[in-house]
Design a binder for this molecule. Structure first.
Ligand code: ADP
Length: 272
């Protein structure tokens, strides 16, 4: 759907669903001691796209999501979200490291779901979802609860609003975590191996919910996963990482059926 569409059917127009650039990494470097985890990395993601990051363990994929979530800072380069620097801000015409207030503002555009669900154990499911919209976005309790119930329906848990997280299976907890991230109406959803901690029989339910979200919403997705069939289904673009660099990128058909790089072939042979 076009961002400048005046369609009245769209309840809250998302300013960045027109295919314009939503995320840009420019020469981003990240080191841990002598370990260079990301090496002068350049890439961009257009709004509304679903991009999957694949590659061997330790190749830097999660670090990218954590940088975007501002859980860590790069050692070099810049990151922009929606045309605004995440890592920096402009003061008196100069680019300076971003302050906390600026970071908080830009980060409102970004939601993340982690491998471990990280729900608040002392809060019921509904409150897990309404907490941030009320305290960060300033929604009323009623508005936040109405939105939370819609999202719970969307993830198939409409009847579990009053449960505590420990009363739910891992798959159900992860679906609550997805609803909680979406409740903030982020422009981009970061998914970090969201099924890796689940018992095998619970994986499909979570992936089905994500497939549905990819199909039925305009949200941009950046996804680290070892679930190659899922990656193939939802991705517009796949980025293959090795040692902190993108060694190959393209459509899922190209990457999975006709990879150009030996490392991509080796990796896919090992995981498929
Ligand atoms: P991937 O997601 O591709 O498995 P990561 O981004 O998690 O890779 O990690 C890339 C490298 O960075 C690994 O060598 C990992 O050990 C290292 N690393 C990640 N986070 C930290 C940290 N907080 N401290 C030290 N090293 C880290």
């Amino acid at each position: 759907m076009s961002a400048d569409s005046n369609s009245s059917s769209q309840e809250t127009p998302n300013p960045a669903v027109d295919g314009s650039e939503l995320i840009r990494f420019d020469k981003v470097t990240k080191r841990f001691g002598s370990n260079t985890v990301l090496d002068n990395l350049d890439f961009s993601v257009n709004s509304g796209k679903h991009v999957t990051l694949i590659g061997p363990s330790g190749s830097g994929k999660t670090t990218i999501l954590r940088l975007l979530m501002t859980l860590m800072k790069p050692d070099g380069g810049t990151i922009k979200v929606n045309g605004e620097y995440l890592t920096h801000e402009v003061k008196d015409g100069k680019l300076v490291p971003a302050g906390e207030k600026h970071i908080r503002e830009i980060r409102k555009n970004i939601g993340m779901v982690f491998q471990q669900f990280n729900l608040f154990p002392n809060m019921k499911v509904l409150r897990n979802i309404t907490e941030a919209p009320i305290s960060v976005l300033g929604l009323s309790k009623d508005e936040a609860e109405e939105r939370a119930r819609e999202l719970l329906d969307m993830v198939g848990l409409g009847d579990r609003a009053d449960a505590y997280p420990t009363q739910l299976s891992g798959g159900q907890q992860q679906r609550v975590a997805i609803a909680r991230a979406l409740a903030m109406r982020p422009q981009v959803l970061l998914l970090d191996e969201v099924t890796s901690a689940l018992d095998p029989e619970l994986v499909a339910g979570v992936l089905d919910v994500l497939r549905d979200i990819a199909r039925s919403t305009d949200i941009t997705m950046l996804c680290v996963t070892h679930e190659m069939n899922f990656a193939r289904d939802i991705s517009d673009q796949v980025l293959m990482f090795d040692s902190g660099r993108i060694i190959e990128s393209g459509s899922p058909d190209k990457i999975f059926s006709e990879p150009e790089h030996d490392r991509t072939r080796e990796f896919l042979n090992a995981v498929l």
